[in-house]
Design a protein around this ligand. Structure first.
Ligand code: G1P
Length: 286
C-alpha cells in the first residue's frame, strides 16, 4: 500500500522556546518567510504525501489556520491587485489536505502519535517532528518511503551526532554503523552517552506500519515518565521489523534557540530572492 498519510505531532508546550512560544505556538514561529510547520508540510509534499494530520493541543488551534482560507485577506489582496500574494495565500490552503486531532493530555510523543490512529486507519504513514528542519533541497521522506517499499519494514532516519549530545535523542543499536541502510537491533530513548549503543540519533522522521498503534496502546510510560514512540520502535526492532536510513544532509533543531538561529541564517542565505543581499550583509559579522 502506498504511503499517503502523515502525522505531525505539534501538541507540545514549547518550553524550550519561551518567551517566543508563549502566545504563538512554536510551530507558527517564522523562519525567514514562513512558519516552521509550513516547512514540514512542504517536506511532505516533496515526498508526494498530501493527507496530513496535525496533532495539536488545547490553545494551539491556530496551527491549522495557516492552511485554511481567509476570505477577508483574499478579497483585500484581490481589490488591491496583489495577484502574486493572493496566489501564495491560496496555495497554502490548496497544497494539502490538512486535518487535526487533539491530544488533550501531555502524555508524550508516543501518545501524540497514538491519538491520530483513527485518522490514519489501517495504512502505512509518515511521522515528521516539526522541530527538526531538514534542508528544503532534499527529499529524505521520499527516500525513506522507497526504503519502506524495498524492505517491507518500518523506517527511521538517523544522523551521526557528537557522542556527548546523544542523550538528547533516541539512539539505535545496529551491527554495521557505517552502512547507509541498517537493520536495527534495538532503540533506546535518551541514553547516557557512556552507555549509548551508538552515536546514531533518531532525527524525527519515521515511516511506520499501522500495527505500531497496537504497540503504542499497550506501552507503559518510559523515559521522562512519558509514552515514548521510541519504545514502540524498540518493539518493532525486536520483531526484526525496523530499518534505519542514514541522513547526511543539513538539518537544524529549530526547537532550540541556537538551532533556530542557525536555520534562519542558513535558509536566508540560500533564499533565491534575497539570499545574495543577505550573504553580503552578514559578512560584517564574520
Ligand atoms: C524526540 C524523540 C527522540 C528524537 C528527537 C529528535 O525527542 O523522542 O527519540 O531523537 O525527538 O529531535 P524530543 O526532542 O521531543 O525530546
Amino acid at each position: 500500500m502506498p504511503v499517503r498519510k502523515a502525522v505531525i505531532p505539534a501538541a507540545g508546550l514549547g518550553t524550550r522556546f519561551l518567551p517566543a512560544s508563549k502566545a504563538v505556538p512554536k510551530e507558527l514561529v517564522t523562519v525567514v518567510d514562513r512558519p516552521i510547520i509550513q516547512y514540514t508540510v512542504e517536506e511532505l509534499l516533496r515526498a508526494g504525501i498530501t493527507n496530513i494530520c496535525i496533532v495539536s493541543s488545547p490553545g494551539k488551534e491556530s496551527l491549522t489556520h495557516h492552511f485554511s482560507s481567509n476570505a477577508k485577506l483574499e478579497s483585500a489582496l484581490e481589490d488591491k491587485g496583489k495577484t502574486d500574494l493572493l496566489e501564495e495565500v491560496k496555495r497554502l490552503q490548496d497544497m494539502a489536505d490538512i486535518y487535526s486531532v487533539m491530544q488533550n493530555q501531555p502524555l508524550g510523543l508516543g501518545h501524540a502519535v497514538w491519538v491520530a490512529r483513527e485518522h490514519v486507519e489501517d495504512e502505512p504513514f509518515a511521522v515528521l517532528l516539526p522541530d527538526e528542519l531538514m534542508d528544503p533541497a532534499g527529499n529524505l521522506v521520499g527516500e525513506m518511503v522507497e526504503t519502506f517499499d524495498d524492505r517491507g519494514a518500518c523506517v527511521v532516519a538517523v544522523a551521526q551526532v557528537p557522542r556527548e549530545e546523544i542523550n538528547l535523542y533516541g539512539s539505535i543499536d545496529v551491527d554495521d554503523q557505517s552502512a547507509e541502510t541498517m537493520w536495527v537491533n534495538s532503540v533506546i530513548e535518551k541514553p547516557d552517552p557512556d552507555t549509548a549503543p551508538s552515536d546514531l540519533a533518531l532525527i524525527g522522521r519515521y515511516v511506520l506500519e499501522p500495527d505500531i498503534f497496537d504497540v503504542l496502546g499497550k506501552l507503559d510510560p518510559g523515559a521522562g515518565g512519558e509514552i515514548q514512540l521510541t519504545d514502540a520502535l524498540n518493539v518493532m526492532a525486536e520483531r526484526g521489523r525496523l530499518v534505519a536510513k542514514r541522513y547526511r544532509g543539513r538539518r537544524w533543531d529549530a526547537g532550540t534557540k541556537q538551532g533556530f538561529l542557525e536555520a534562519t541564517v542558513a535558509l536566508a542565505a540560500d533564499h533565491p530572492e534575497f539570499g545574495p543581499d543577505f550573504r553580503n550583509y552578514i559578512r560584517q559579522f564574520a
